[in-house]
Design a binder for this molecule. Structure first.
Ligand code: NA7
Length: 546
């Protein structure tokens, strides 16, 4: 199928009829296109806002950007040949390497001919009589498709806080999630970085090494565990390649999509000395294992969590030489892991450098951005560059940016005004034939994304196949199934410590956003079993119409 972008310029653009429109060409969109086109034989196309494929990894080019999951399982499992032929260079891959991987996937499976780049889906309306979606793009395309599949990603709507005066700033400013393609030169510059989430924590040491001076503006101190990144050796790669089948089975059958055995011991099953040794060893090993490989009650029991939190606080105090700076960097207001735990390379060490300073925004909040820099209640900081590492309107931002209208013209924005509601994170009542890959209400951001993405893409493909076999043109989640699922998602979250943090999981980072815990905390394996059970029962909780 060939799209002619020039069609968009005419007053009466042709309406192209397809089976499926997929929104986004990141990890989800690429695999969805492959399944839809090459496995199901559908006429499918992808619209992608960026000028290249890669999604998150196309946009997030900031210094120090890398994946916090290990390369050998932060990738696709669907093609054995792909797994065997691709060579990861390090334990935690850098952004350019992941982008190269996704570009390779697009080329290897000849996906590009059905991807229209530089094109944002601006709206979609369900035609109730025809059981089809009419999709409109920023370039004026009008496409009709039986299925509309969102592959927009969970962290793709950059959040630039509304701080007065940004327009008057005379230096350059950047958001980490929309980083320029050209190299940003920090040499000789006074740089201000706002935000100490995973992104700010990755960027800080790299910018500090280059800039004349780096000022980190911190609103909430964060727990962070060292990554211990290292090149992958030939021997490690050989072992990974020989064991891929086992690795994927483990990842799929796990709680979070990681190919590691979940530890089934409470923090209080061991004495203080043994607990300390366990944390020490995991601190040395680095990465998410500190969370998943230590104790099973860190996210459920505040006292258990305190043991991990206190261990990290001690490490911060040991690492950061200035006790005042250490105290400001020490998190105390939320349990460890209830905000997405960052993984770092020399983050806390960076505050020992002479050219790095920390501003605690809890003591003196930002008042405005001036032509020369940032002014807090205490003073003005003169800056040449401001870096916003201020995160995303997570999970719902990119979906709600589009004007999506379901049955009776009802808009998704209106339906979700009190927070997102979905059935299994896969579909929304009132929006037939619309699927959301890793939508709110699914494990998504609490899991290793590619594993969750593959599960969703495969479930959606099987559903479409089932509909075809049963002569059905319309599938829609029922209100009842949706309500029950939303309630279940809430109840499971309330069993954990997650709601105790003002995190983006809850929408707390966006002023005015309704606070609802969005991802499903019940674990990937139970979730997958539930999805499979629903399918086995003829898509229980969905209305299927011939
Ligand atoms: P995060 O995790 O949302 O972190 C954003 C940071 O920016 C965090 O420290 C925020 O403080 C801070 N922030 C946000 N708005 C402001 C304002 N207005 N003023 C000062 N500071 C602010 O985003 P990341 O990009 O780091 O990571 C997102 C995910 O990408 C990550 O979790 C991984 O899954 C990959 P706060 O904590 O809200 O007080």
């Amino acid at each position: 199928m060939v799209f002619d972008p020039s069609q968009g310029a005419t007053t009466e653009p042709a309406v192209e009829a397809l089976d499926a429109v997929i929104i986004g060409a990141g990890f989800s969109g690429l695999y969805m296109l492959y399944r839809a086109r090459d496995v199901l034989g559908l006429r499918a196309c992808v619209f992608e806002a960026g000028d290249g494929v890669g999604g998150t990894w196309f946009w997030n080019r900031y210094p120090g950007a890398r994946c916090d999951s290990e390369s050998f399982y932060y990738c696709y499992s669907f093609s054995e040949e792909l797994s065997q032929e691709w060579t990861w260079t390090s334990k935690y891959p850098e952004q350019p390497e992941i982008l190269r991987y996704l570009e390779h996937v697009a080329d290897r499976f000849d996906l590009r001919r059905d991807i229209q780049l530089g094109t944002r889906v601006v709206g979609a309306r369900f035609d109730d009589a025809a059981d089809r979606w009419e999709v409109e793009t920023s370039r004026g395309d009008r496409v009709s498709a039986r299925f509309l599949i969102s592959a927009v990603g969970c962290l793709s709507s950059a959040n630039v806080p509304e701080i007065p005066g940004l327009g008057r700033f005379e230096g350059n400013w950047y958001h980490t999630g929309a980083w320029p393609h050209e190299r940003v030169d920090f040499r000789g510059k006074r740089v201000g970085l706002i935000g100490t989430g995973s992104t700010g924590i990755q960027a800080t040491p790299v910018i500090a090494a280059e800039a004349d001076h780096l000022t980190v503006f911190q609103r909430t101190p964060n727990y962070s565990v060292p990554a211990r990144n290292a090149p992958l050796t030939e021997e490690e790669l050989r072992k990974i390649r020989t064991h891929y089948a086992e690795i994927w089975k483990r990842a799929r059958d796990s709680f979070g999509g990681f190919p590691y055995q979940r530890v089934e011991r409470s923090a209080f099953e061991v004495d203080d000395e043994e607990r300390e040794q366990i944390y020490d060893q995991l601190w040395q090993d680095g990465g998410f294992k500190f969370m998943w490989g230590s104790f099973n009650d860190l996210l459920f029991n505040k006292e258990a969590n305190d043991t991990a939190a206190e261990f990290i606080r001690r490490k911060i105090r040991e690492t950061v030489k200035d006790p005042d700076v250490a105290a400001r960097l020490t998190p105390t207001d939320h349990p460890f892991g209830t905000k997405r735990p960052p993984i770092d390379t020399d983050y806390f060490e960076t505050f020992n450098r002479d050219n790095v300073s920390l501003v605690d925004l809890r003591e003196s909040p930002i008042v405005e951005i001036t032509p020369r820099g940032i002014r807090t209640e205490a003073k003005e900081y003169e800056l040449d560059v401001i870096v916003f590492a201020t995160g995303f309107d997570a999970m719902t931002g990119s979906l709600l940016r589009m004007d999506i209208r379901g049955v009776g013209g009802r808009s998704l924005r209106e339906k979700w005004s009190e927070g997102p509601k979905t059935y299994l994170g896969l579909q929304i009542a009132g929006f037939p034939n619309f699927f959301t890959i890793t939508g709110p209400g699914s494990p998504s951001v609490l899991s290793n994304m590619p594993v969750s993405i593959e599960q969703h893409v495969e479930w959606i493909s099987a559903c479409i196949e089932y509909m075809r076999a049963h002569g059905s043109t319309r599938i829609e989640a029922t209100e009842k199934a949706e309500e029950e699922w939303v309630e279940h998602v809430r109840q499971v979250a309330d069993l954990t410590l997650f709601p105790r943090a003002s995190s983006w999981y809850l929408g707390a980072n966006i002023p005015g956003k309704k606070r609802v815990f969005m991802p499903y905390v019940g674990g990937l394996l139970p979730y997958r079993e539930r999805c499979d059970e629903v399918a086995r029962r003829g898509y229980e909780g969905f209305d299927l119409r011939p």
